[in-house]
Design a protein around this ligand. Structure first.
Ligand code: GAR
Length: 203
């Protein structure tokens, strides 16, 4: 069975690019990115998608009276494209309950911290300011709360004495580009099994 993937983005889209590249190279098989949806009109992720012939949609949240209506629009687009996997790749909004319920355990997020530490915005800066010596990134299923869902994969990187937010973010980003496609591959191949909040990897 082919997995129809939708990717939600807000910005530059380097994680989107890593998914596109890994689908095109055949690392992720039996999957098609059907649509990339942005909440930001000039997100570079939209340009990247167009370069690869992928459908795009910009949905302006300010056009809607409520978050619920905004997400209903997203859901209807996802349904038109028969989506069975939703990726949040630098999507900077909190996902609401309708979207989560409609795609229960079918939404994956990449977060630039070793969860459960440093949830929310500016995770890399939070890590630097806290003084941790190891940082990293996490791919997880999305649940009702922010960055709390069951963890699929994590990768750590060292925090160096001379690090700035930018240098640490770059080091983490390199690992994001590896573990996000890896998690997508596992999902698409049906190798992930949820037991409560524990994600088991099937052989
Ligand atoms: C990535 O570092 C991603 O982990 C982070 O935003 C960046 C997006 O970069 N996401 C979050 O912080 C979500 N809470 P990209 O647009 O180049 O993929």
């Amino acid at each position: 069975m082919i997995s129809n993937i939708a990717v939600l983005v807000s910005g530059r889209g380097s994680n989107l690019q890593s998914i596109i590249d890994n689908v095109e190279s055949g690392y992720i098989q039996n999957a098609k990115i059907k649509i990339v949806i942005s909440d930001v009109a000039d997100a570079y992720a939209l340009e990247r998608s167009k370069k690869h012939g992928i459908n795009t949609a910009f949905i302006d949240p300010s056009r809607f009276a409520s978050k619920r209506e905004y997400e209903q629009e997203i859901i209807s687009i996802l349904q038109v494209h028969d989506i069975n996997l939703v990726l949040l790749a630098g999507y900077m909004r909190i996902v609401g309950s309708d979207l989560i319920e409609t795609y229960k355990n079918k939404i994956l997020n990449i977060h630039p911290a070793l969860l459960p530490s440093f949830r929310g915005l500016h995770a890399q800066k939070q890590a630097l300011n806290y003084g941790v010596k190891v940082a990293g990134c996490t791919v997880h299923f999305v649940d009702e709360d922010v960055d709390t869902g069951p963890i699929i994969l994590q990768k750590c990187v060292p925090v160096l004495e001379e690090d700035t937010e930018d240098t640490l973010s770059d080091r983490i980003l390199d690992q994001e580009h590896k573990i996000f496609p890896e998690a997508v591959k596992m999902f698409v191949e049906g190798k992930l099994k949820l037991e409560g909040r524990i994600v088991r990897r099937l052989k």
